[in-house]
Design a protein around this ligand. Structure first.
Ligand code: GDP
Ligand code: GDP
Length: 495
């Protein structure tokens, strides 16, 4: 099936529904007798403890691995005797066995246990040192075990434990279960962030593989991922409904793995369009028209989901405030461009400006907005601006035409031959700031589409100036019709 569901993963994550192989892995480490096995057993509730016997150079060491349940949190948990041996024998601290390396490679998190009754032990510091050396990317959570009856010295050990350099320790008792909620509270946000990232990365990898090795023709026929963004109440939901009504093909919203992930899909002129990031506002009622719905769009990750970003503005607001875009709208538009997305601006609620008394306003807004939009977003040129009334269903077709047009331009591929013929003409057209030090572009080629990305090979050590890049970008846009899409130019020196 070519039509892959486009799902955006957001918090909260329901860990109970995630395949075991995708869950994060937490390793339990610590010197002997601090209670690693006790914690391990509590986390897996003495179930499905797998024992791997991995032959090592000299000895056979056991790694126990199981699925931890901590409230609604799930993760793979590892209890490794091999690591302990390496650390406690001191002499082999610097050497990581192949088995340990293997374990570290698939571990993202660690719980470092110290025994609160013994206080901070020199070997605890060795464990910390060992981890820093072999897995510097893992910042462990420090727990003080056996703290069920420790009383006042808890605070003292806690401050000693800071010497490990891994932050505040959490008091637990693996044997009695004390402190498991505290452990949950420390682990949950870390694992959840990791999970969101992993799930979304997996999606984009799928996108990349399915989009590889396609001709330009095929590429622009791939499902288009469209994000409709804007401040609350500008009419995003109304517009979406108008678009869907037109086509009468609504699939979804389907609940994804996470409670917030929603996909809406429709066909437009035989092309599949996925609406990205509708979860935040699609089902929203009057209840929460707060600023939160904009912040959803502000996350870089969600803009990454989209190919084309349609930014909706409110004509009434523009008239009232006498400016086309508010600060937050500019921020979102710029971010979309920085992320390499195509941009279409939609001015909604034009019906409010109907009638004789408004005709001047109507004319003025149509003239002024495209100019202002272009001024505040100089990073890309030729941004399409569409004037509509979502409420009356006017301008839907125009919206889709601009979205698809921008998408096609975003997918453009220009042949090297064409580009270099163009380059000769364009170089003579440009008034170079400093003719003597003018860099010579020897060769110009497109290395990537979606968005169009070019490499300029320069002779000598000179670099193109900001103004030269702007000139080239604008010329590419004008000469090859690349409006509304970011254009990237990379410089390379050839000697
Ligand atoms: P490991 O060598 O780090 O795996 O440690 P174990 O889990 O085998 O525990 C070492 C000893 O500490 C055992 O005798 C456990 O019963 C004891 N122990 C583990 N956790 C606790 C705890 O929370 N409180 C107390 N009082 N003893 C514990
Ligand atoms: P969202 O928060 O961006 O999803 O905005 P909604 O689609 O919920 O619309 C907010 C309000 O604006 C609602 O009361 C809509 O009826 C109204 N609205 C949306 N589009 C138009 C339009 O084209 N003209 C007018 N006059 N009102 C509109």
């Amino acid at each position: 099936d070519k039509k892959k569901p486009m799902v955006v993963y957001k918090k909260p994550i329901d860990f109970t529904k995630i395949e075991a192989k995708l869950l994060p892995t937490v390793m339990i480490i610590g010197r002997p007798n601090v209670g690693k096995s006790a914690l391990y057993n509590r986390l897996i509730r003495r179930r499905e403890a797998l024992v791997y016997n991995t032959p090592d150079d000299h000895v056979t060491r056991d790694i126990r691995e199981g699925i931890a349940k901590l409230g609604d949190l799930r993760f793979n948990v590892l209890d490794s005797a091999g690591i302990e041996t390496e650390v406690s024998s001191g002499t082999i601290l610097g050497r990581t066995t192949s088995m340990t390396a293997n374990v570290l490679a698939r571990t993202q998190f660690a719980v470092l246990i110290i025994d609160v009754r013994a206080g901070l032990h020199p070997l605890d510091l060795e464990v910390g040192k060992w981890l820093r050396k072999h897995a510097p990317q893992i910042k462990p959570i420090v727990v003080m075990n056996k703290s069920e009856s420790i009383g006042e010295s808890l605070a003292e050990v806690a401050s000693e434990a800071l010497a490990l350099g891994f932050g505040e320790p959490t008091a637990i008792s693996a044997e009695t279960g004390l402190g498991m909620t505290a452990l949950y509270e420390v682990l949950h946000p870390l694992l959840e962030d990791y999970m969101v990232q992993t799930l979304n990365d997996r999606c984009s990898q799928d996108d990349v593989t399915s989009e590889e090795n396609l001709s330009e023709e095929d590429e622009s026929k791939l499902p288009l991922q469209l994000a409709i963004v804007g401040r609350p109440n500008v009419g995003k939901s109304t517009l979406l409904n108008a678009l869907l009504e037109e086509e009468r093909v609504l699939v979804g919203p389907e609940a994804g793995l996470t409670r917030d992930a929603v996909r809406v899909q429709f066909e437009f002129q035989g092309r599949t369009v996925y609406m990205v990031d509708t979860a935040g506002w699609l089902e929203r009622t009057e209840r929460d028209k707060g600023p939160a719905s904009l912040s959803i769009m502000q996350s870089r990750k969600s803009l990454m989901r989209a190919h084309i970003v349609a930014l909706v503005l409110d004509a009434e607001e523009i008239i009232k405030s006498q400016r086309s875009m508010t600060h937050s709208e500019v921020v979102i538009a710029r971010r979309a461009v920085e992320e390499g997305r195509g941009l279409v601006v939609i001015v909604n609620k034009m019906d409010c400006l109907r009638g004789k008394q408004n005709s001047e306003m109507y004319k003025k807004i149509k003239e002024a907005v495209p100019i202002e939009v272009q001024t505040v977003i100089p990073q890309i040129t030729g941004i399409p601006v569409v004037f509509i009334s979502a409420l009356e269903g006017r301008g839907r077709l125009q919206v889709m035409n601009e979205v698809i047009g921008t998408y096609k331009r975003w997918c453009s591929r220009l042949s090297t031959g064409r580009l270099n013929r163009w380059l000769i003409k364009v170089m003579s057209r440009h008034s170079w700031k400093d003719f003597a030090s003018q860099p010579k572009i020897k060769f110009f080629t497109q290395v990537k589409a979606r968005p169009p990305t070019f490499v300029a090979f320069l002779t000598g050590k000179t670099q193109l100036l900001e103004s030269d890049i702007r000139f080239l970008t604008k010329s590419l846009k004008d000469d090859f019709d690349l409006g509304g899409t970011p254009i990237r130019i990379i410089q390379r020196s050839v000697l």
